[in-house]
Design a protein around this ligand. Structure first.
Ligand SMILES: Cc1cc2nc3c(=O)[nH]c(=O)nc-3n(C[C@H](O)[C@H](O)[C@H](O)COP(=O)(O)OP(=O)(O)OC[C@H]3O[C@@H](n4cnc5c(N)ncnc54)[C@H](O)[C@@H]3O)c2cc1C
Length: 319
């Protein structure tokens, strides 16, 4: 038995969430007295570096660039590889790709699936793992009783441990039927820090009054080295791109710091952010629901508070 971890390498590079799942699989394998094996599909410049995160072997499947969009083909490679290396646990990132793959792999492996987990499993008595439910208001413990298991892991759920050594990847070629997908256009979201893996997030809502005022949000984010996010009405109104929309119908994030500026704190917004480690709310309405979820709050006009906060951050950082 072993633990197989699929590590995504968009555009040939690993993301922080990739190192997190490699660390997650290695720590889980250690508790199960077995090995963690990483699987990389497509271009990956530094595949062997995954060894630093504790995996004992890296299998690198060379394939055409577009396979990253084809969850049918990817799930087949991952399930087949799991069988070949005798892995009974498959670990994935709970990304949009991981979400598309997890169910398919579980069906192929006849496995139980725990999706979006936020901690390492307890394997002392079975296989139990926790995930956040009811918009982050409760924690469910999921028990997987089937011999094969598939687990997708939320970003920022585990600290990475890079104390191991790089390994030489084992190259593998697979033959697949021609993909039924045709990629017509690829739009890459640009920005300094990708939102799903950002540790610091500055987010703003309708209290900003209009897109022309976003400069103060970008200044604060730049001073902190943070990603920017927004509430849904803001992206619906095209004030900000949809890639920044967080919440129940947007991206779910769990950064170390979430600063919510001019956002009321509706349940649908909180669903995507209330697993953040520290929440700071800036709102002029002391009754705004977001204050109930906040660790720190500032009651005040954001147009006065935010520039002063940015100045204070710059002064603190000597910028
Ligand atoms: C099915 C469904 C799914 C949804 N999914 C999402 C989702 O994924 N994400 C999401 O965000 N929403 C979602 N919504 C919408 C959600 O219910 C709220 O309407 C939305 O989050 C409100 O956005 P907001 O807080 O930016 O705006 P508002 O509710 O208008 O709040 C603006 C806030 O700014 C404050 N403010 C105004 N001026 C200032 C100032 N000068 N200084 C300081 N504070 C100020 C106000 O006091 C207020 O609290 C969903 C709704 C539905 C029905």
């Amino acid at each position: 038995m072993s633990v197989l971890v699929y590590v995504e390498s968009p555009d040939g590079h690993f993301k922080k969430t990739g190192f997190e799942v490699a660390s997650y699989a290695s720590k889980l394998a250690a508790t199960m007295n077995t090995d963690a094996i990483a699987l990389v599909i497509g271009k990956a410049d530094q595949a062997g570096d995954l060894g630093k995160y504790g995996v004992s072997q890296v299998i690198h499947v060379n394939s055409n660039d577009n396979i990253g969009f084809d969850s049918q083909a990817l799930s087949r490679i991952i399930a087949d590889t799991a069988k070949e290396v005798n892995a009974n646990v498959v670990i994935l990132t709970h990304s949009s790709s991981g979400k598309a793959l997890a169910g398919r792999i579980a069906v192929r492996m006849d496995a139980g699936l725990a999706s979006g987990v936020n901690a390492l499993p307890d394997v002392s008595d079975g296989f139990k793992v926790t995930r956040s439910v009811y918009s982050g208001k409760a924690v469910a413990t999921v028990s997987i009783n089937t011999p094969n298991k598939v687990v997708s892991v939320m970003g920022n759920s585990i600290s990475v441990d890079a104390s191991g050594s790089a390994v030489t990847p084992d190259n593998k070629s697979v033959s697949l039927p021609a993909t039924k997908l045709q990629v017509i256009e690829k739009k890459v979201v640009s920005g300094s820090v990708p939102l799903p893996e950002a540790e610091l997030v500055v987010s703003a809502g309708r209290g900003m009054k209009g897109p022309e005022n976003w400069g103060i949000i970008e200044d604060l984010a730049a001073a902190l080295g943070a990603a920017t996010a927004c509430s849904r009405p803001v992206s619906d109104a095209d004030w900000r791109p949809h890639s920044e929309h967080v919440g129940q119908t947007g991206i779910a994030i769990r950064p170390n710091l979430y600063i919510a500026i001019g956002i009321s704190g509706a349940i649908q917004h909180l669903a995507g952010v209330n697993n953040s480690k520290t929440i700071v709310v800036i709102n002029k309405d002391p009754e705004a629901p977001f204050f109930k979820a906040a660790d720190y709050g500032v009651v005040g006009d954001l147009f006065e508070v935010v520039p002063r906060l940015t100045e204070a951050v710059k002064k603190f950082k000597n910028q």
